[in-house]
Design a protein around this ligand. Structure first.
Ligand code: ADP
Ligand code: MG
Length: 339
């Protein structure tokens, strides 16, 4: 008798969920990304108890048919790629087809969704990965996902979470980064009953910066633009005198994906070298667009880092984009002082 056994699908899902769903903020990120991929123009996020009691994400995107909604919560089910070749040209934020299944396996999840063409919507209730109920329901078009009692069935994960305050701060931080990344979307974020961030939609990055950092941001940012060697860079970077004592206010998007990347952070800092005092860092929101085949997005289950085929080329482009803008600004400032 062999001793090796295939694990039951629920167990496989729970193990996999550990990689995707580390904390409440991971759930919020996946649900936001799904809403964005569904072309939503309005997204509302509500968290109760830092998301441990409840996370609710409501979008006005394309919604799903009943049939698709049932598939959406299955593992490795996605509408975003069809085959391995598609991994080279991922144009959506999602592609792994595991977020909803992972979240559903460690929470009590309700999915309510309707496409614009359907008359009735669909409501699906899943508990700890087990489908409990599928019903027809009247609802606006778009999708609402409610995640309750996160990690109710995985006590170790719950135990290792940081304080409620820290989890809440992580969600608020994510929302402010998405607000910068998607100024065209109207985002509303409630922590409990309190509306803690609201963006109007159809805005420019600088308007979002003013909402996040106060009105004085308007005079303290410079716009950058660069195009060459297959890289396009846009964004806003703070003037050297508008710095913070932390790297926290630096947000990068590559092909609209929120990323943390060592090469980008380093290039940015070298562009500011000699202009800011040590221990002080600029505030930036930078958007890079590259040919999808020159980046690898499938590095980690949380999709928060990417690999560049040619990191040196991208770093050089970013350095130039920022350094040139800062140099022009310094020159203009000097000239205006001389007048
Ligand atoms: P992925 O985003 O990687 O495809 P998910 O598990 O996050 O995997 O979602 C599975 C599928 O469910 C998506 O491919 C999409 O077709 C559908 N879906 C999920 N969320 C939404 C949403 N908010 N609106 C419309 N469709 C959605
Ligand atoms: Mg997804």
């Amino acid at each position: 008798m062999g001793i090796i056994k295939l694990l039951a699908p629920e167990v496989v899902n729970q193990i996999a969920a550990g990689e995707v769903v580390e904390r409440p903020v991971s759930v919020v990120k996946e649900l936001l990304e799904n809403a964005i991929d569904a072309a939503a123009t309005q997204i509302t996020v509500v968290i109760e108890d830092a998301g441990l009691k409840e996370i609710r994400v409501i979008d006005n995107g394309m919604g799903m048919t009943g049939e698709d909604a049932e598939l959406a919560i299955a593992r490795h089910a996605t509408s975003k790629i069809r085959n391995a070749g598609d991994l080279d040209r991922v144009a959506t934020l999602g592609f792994r087809g595991e977020a909803l299944a992972a979240i559903a396996s460690v929470s009590r999840l309700t999915l309510i969704t309707r496409t614009a063409e359907m008359i009735a919507g669909t409501r699906i209730v899943v508990e700890g990965g087990e489908k409990k109920q599928v019903t027809s329901i009247g609802c606006p078009h778009g999708t609402q996902v409610i995640v309750r009692d996160l990690f109710f069935n995985s006590p170790p994960r719950r135990k290792f979470l940081k304080s409620i305050q820290a989890e809440k701060a992580a969600v608020a931080d994510l929302l402010s980064r998405f607000a910068l990344g998607y100024p065209e979307i109207a985002l509303n974020f409630y922590s409990g009953k309190r509306l803690s961030l609201a963006t109007p939609g159809q805005a420019e990055p600088i308007e979002i910066a003013c909402i996040l950092y106060g009105k004085e941001a308007k005079d303290n940012f410079l716009e950058i633009f660069y195009e060459g060697e297959g890289v396009r860079i846009r964004g806003i970077v703070s003037k050297p005198q508008f710095t913070r004592a932390s790297r926290h206010y630096q947000t990068f998007f590559v092909n609209r994906r929120l990323v943390r990347n060592y090469h980008l952070s380093r290039a940015l800092e070298s562009a500011y070298e000699g202009l800011v005092t040590s221990g002080h860092y600029p505030c930036v929101a930078i958007y890079l667009d590259l040919e999808p085949k020159t980046i690898d997005v499938n590095v980690h289950p949380t999709k928060s880092d990417i690999r560049f085929a040619d990191p040196a080329l991208v770093a050089r482009a970013l350095y130039r984009a920022v350094r040139n803008t800062l140099a022009n600004y310094q020159t203009q400032r000097r000239l205006s002082h001389q007048l």
